[in-house]
Design a protein around this ligand. Structure first.
Ligand SMILES: [Zn+2]
Length: 425
């Protein structure tokens, strides 16, 4: 395996080479032992894809070979659509999140984000939704734009700017000397008017959508999960109406009731984390097509890397509660998207999320559909990505073996093409 982009783009070459790299190869035929149509679960043997420029032209067992087409034989692998991570933090890396905000400059964090974007792409994630820069303002827009212009390698990005929270709420800088003006990881909004003003600033700064923290510090007592809500339904409605006015939407961090219910009633597009949803909330999510994004990997990582044994026990208990609730959510028909919350754990390792969703009761094909089909819808790109179809962007990966038989193969992506450009082969 060689990392094509790394060798070429990060060697000692001039800026003109970036532009050259961003030019997709003209005509390519990808050939592999198998091709998976995630929408139907059909495996074609062998599988071929004809790519012209940045788009897919033909998909099948044997596609046309126009004059000058380069045929790439990927051997005993399975071609499938590029993976989508609907919950990432490019600006975070393992270690204390609050301290990253306080200690690291935005230029430094932006370089870290660029390197995270590359790691995610190389792991097969060709599209992502960034759920907050955690104190780095609108710097995610610059990363997204640099990727789009071919300056740096990375997934297609939908970015939220800095997430919004109440004073003293989730992701605020709590526990410091109040006399010190310590930066919060979130942008403050304490009323409906505040939300509208902050949303206008975020969208002016280049955000594609808005992320709001709807629930605060989680706790459990006597095995019961508790989390306070942060905004009322009416406040969230004001936020959503402002985003709708500007042609976009709101996604929330919401771990449990009543906040999850308030967010769904107001009409958010996704409830991220969703440890606990009432029957009424689950029913409403099914009817309104609101996605739950479970983010299991982060809890597992926090349990495995807890600084105290009590911390590890707490995280494992939370994961166990969430896994049981997830089964209820599946039974209730809650639409699912796949989001890992990568950043606090290492970028490029987040295909573990698909494995955990299977482990907690979802069929492998359903997980793949949640990832690429629902993920594409949630990102607003379902007419262009998430499927191997003529006219779609050539966002294609290859994995060893069949992911419907062993979802773990998504952790060993061998080939990555995004928009017709090969990044890993
Ligand atoms: Zn997150």
């Amino acid at each position: 395996m060689k990392t094509v982009f790394t060798v070429m783009a990060f060697g000692l070459i001039g800026a003109s080479s970036y532009a050259q790299l961003a030019e997709p190869k003209q005509v390519v035929v990808l050939h592999a032992a198998r091709l998976l149509d995630v929408a139907t679960g059909t495996v074609t043997t062998p599988g071929e894809i004809l790519v012209r420029g940045d788009r897919i032209v033909e998909v099948g067992m044997k596609v046309a070979r126009p004059d000058g087409a380069e045929v790439i034989d990927l051997g005993d692998e399975t071609l499938m659509p590029g993976l989508i991570d609907a919950h990432v933090h490019l600006f975070l890396h393992p270690g204390d999140e609050d301290l990253q905000t306080v200690e690291e400059s935005v230029p430094k964090r932006t370089l870290i984000a660029a390197s995270a974007a590359k790691a995610d792409l190389m792991a097969g994630f060709t599209a992502e939704r960034d759920m907050g820069t955690e104190g780095a303002g609108s710097a995610d827009s610059a990363v997204r734009d640099a990727i789009n212009s071919g300056m740096i390698p990375g997934p297609r990005m939908r970015v939220s700017g800095n997430a919004i929270s109440i004073t003293g709420g989730h992701e605020d800088a709590i526990g410091f000397n109040p006399e010190q003006k310590v930066m919060s990881n979130a942008t403050y909004a304490d009323s409906a008017d505040d939300l509208v003003r902050v949303i206008r600033e975020e969208l002016k700064g280049g955000a594609d959508f808005i992320k709001i923290y709807e629930t605060g510090k989680d706790s459990d007592s006597g095995g019961k999960f508790h989390t306070p809500y942060q905004y009322t339904t009416a406040q969230l409605e004001a936020a959503i109406s402002e985003t709708a006015r500007q042609g976009t939407h709101v996604a929330v961090h919401a771990t449990g009731e009543p906040g999850t219910g308030y967010a769904v009633a107001a009409g958010v597009v996704s409830v991220d984390h969703a440890y606990q949803l009432s029957d009424a909330t689950m029913a409403a999510m099914k009817v309104r097509g609101i996605y739950a994004v479970p983010t299991f990997t982060i809890t597992e990582y926090f349990a495995d890397h807890a600084s105290t044994p009590e911390g590890a026990v707490r995280e494992r208990k939370l994961q166990a509660i969430h896994a049981e609730e997830f089964k209820k959510q599946l039974a209730a028909g809650v639409p699912m998207a796949v989001g890992s919350d990568v950043g606090p754990f290492p970028h490029g390792t987040q295909a573990r999320e698909l494995e955990l969703m299977v482990q907690y009761g979802m069929a492998p094909l359903a997980v793949l559909q949640a990832d690429v089909l629902n993920g594409a819808k949630l990102l607003g790109w379902d007419a262009e990505i998430g499927q191997l179809k003529a006219g779609y962007f050539a966002d294609i990966i290859a994995v060893p073996g069949n992911p419907m038989k062993d979802i773990a193969v998504t952790k060993s992506v061998k080939f990555v093409m995004k928009g017709g450009v090969i990044y890993l082969r």
